[in-house]
Design a binder for this molecule. Sequence first.
Ligand code: AMP
Length: 412
Amino acid sequence: MAPTGFNRFGLANSIVRGVREAGFETPRRIQNETIPASMKGQDVLGLAQTGTGKTAAFTLPLLHRLKEHRKGTPRALILAPTRELATQIAKEIHTLSKFTGLRIVTIFGGVKTRSQANALRKSPDIVVGCPGRVLDLMRQGRLVLNQVETLVLDEADHMFDMGFLPDIKKILKAIPRQRQNLLFSATMPKEIRKLADEVLKTPHVVELANSAPATTIDHALYLIPENRKRDMLDHIFRADECESAIVFVRTKRRAKRIADQLRKTGYKASDLQGNMSQGQRDRAMKGFRERRFEILVATDIAARGIDVSNVSHVINFDVPGTPEAYTHRIGRTGRSEQSGIACTFVTGADQKWVRATEKMIGKSIKREKVEGFEPDIDRKPQATSPRGRKRPGGPKWGNNKSYRGRRRRRAS
Ligand code: AMP
């Protein structure tokens, strides 16, 4: 029996079997709203975040079309911003395509090209990759994309943030003009709007992403000085309901340092940051998924795209660079309609960010007060200066320049 709701799309039986294999019973909204248009060959613009079910939304019609007549050359190209997201997409496609005989290859930088080049020799039907490495392999003549019929740009805004737009434009020039285009983006900055206008022909537009975080996430700001953040982290970890957490920090070094400190104090923690090799990053992600690590201390590398179920807490140890990044980060919890808790540590220097973020999400974020951590604006902090001397005066919330300077130095 076909899974409820997926019958109506007219997908081949082998694909419906894959849907069942994935355990999907009812189509998600993004699937209901994009699959019919995509099945007809129409371009799609999906304003939706990772976590909404967009991978299956773009994959199912694509599999249906590809399995009709295999050509032994890539006919679908899916571009994604990070290795982690590319791997995650490929994994889901493997499951959904299990009974179709279609081949998938994943391509990303940071590892040797040889195994990817070997995989490309085996006539894949679908290539999932990050723009930089895709372009490299195209230039080397190892990846030929002159038969591509469907292009998917996933997390287009994130690809733009990561500076991939020039690479994407070069790839676009090298693939057939006659093709179907599916573009997914959580936000629509003007550069992505422009790209969408250039790439998409009379697209079917579906807008799911509003900037508001999922309603299943209970999120709050913790007003604390910089030097109490580590104590607050311990306080949150000690709470009964904290089962697994992603802690977001500003810099790669900071991620490593905090993960090291946590390990020394007995937590099962790993860092996930851009200075790590691909192997180390994979092990960190796998360990976190499999619950060998209960805490992942990450830079924004992990803010989007990563879909790990049952992350009970997201903790913004440092506020993210932009208000948009806030929704991406806290969206790592409360996934698949489960509940989640997101805590953001806010210092006096972050007030501008708070105002911008609240403006973006259209409401104020709850301020959480924790006994012993009250932001007493008159109290002098116990912090020492960078040279180790006791500071003569303390920060005044929101306007102390020397305090902000100290914060920057400590973070570097
Ligand atoms: P995505 O937005 O593609 O990252 O999807 C988020 C998660 O939802 C993934 O773990 C998918 O496997 C899962 N998912 C996608 N579609 C469905 C569905 N119709 N029913 C249940 N889970 C789904």
